[in-house]
Write a new protein. Sequence first.
Length: 309
Amino acid sequence: MAITAPTVTGDFSGFLTKERAEPIFNEAYRASAAQQLARKVPLGLAGTEVPVITSKPTAAWVAEAGQKPASKGGMTLKSMTPKKIAAIAVVSAEVVRANPGGYVDEIRPQLGEAFAIAFDAAVFHGTNTPFGAYLDQATNAVGIGSTAANAGSVHGDLVAALRLLVSSGKKLTGFALDTRLEPDLLGAVDTTGRPLYIESPYEGTAPAARGGRLLGRPSSMADGIGAATPGGTSVTYPLGYAGDWSQVAWGQIGGISYDVSTEATVTINGELTSLWENNLVAVRAETEFGLLINDVSAFVKLTKTTPSS
């Protein structure tokens, strides 16, 4: 959100008394679920061209000494152009010196998490996207919980999504799942009684975007993948995506660069503010991402519906 005031020591009332440990109860910083599932390709300053196969060679049986059939494959190029994403955090010099609750140490990973959230929001929902296509444009959708229990329940829902893909010549290679779907998946089994969702082994930390397997395919589960729960009743909204992730490519120019300034000017509450004059410190983070979704129809939305009153 826009800055209305810098972070000052008064915002940390209760943090400056006694000694405090590092913020051990802070939620894990969220990585991008889309980046874990999609292909990463090299990206240059001028962008890159991603080869897209449009047709493949074919073979045919021939008789002895018969003429061999000729065929060829087709390929086209699609452009991926880098787009810049940036954020600035402003704190008072007193906050930097006191570092209440380790706040200053948390700024950099929090800015990195903000980039992951913004990237996923663009991939899934088109939120402020500079890239064009996004997965909510997929026309196929399956409601989780729409299949009757005697017809397979959640397992039947996921098979229905698979059927939509294969019937149109697409593949299912993975799932992006909102954590709000976890209760539905943990209680679901296949036709032989085996759990549908298998989470990756726990390694002593709570990963930001958790890997797992669903219908034998990789999955990535994180907060905020789905749309916000709408108000009202009987409203359908996406909470996950099943599809062919080879149709999504992304790239990044370098890593995230960070700059710290005490002399620049920053817009605070709609007005340019001198950092030097007000004894403020600004941390600026920026990077450049590229994204190319070749085929939105290669995905099926997994939806939920708010109950009617």
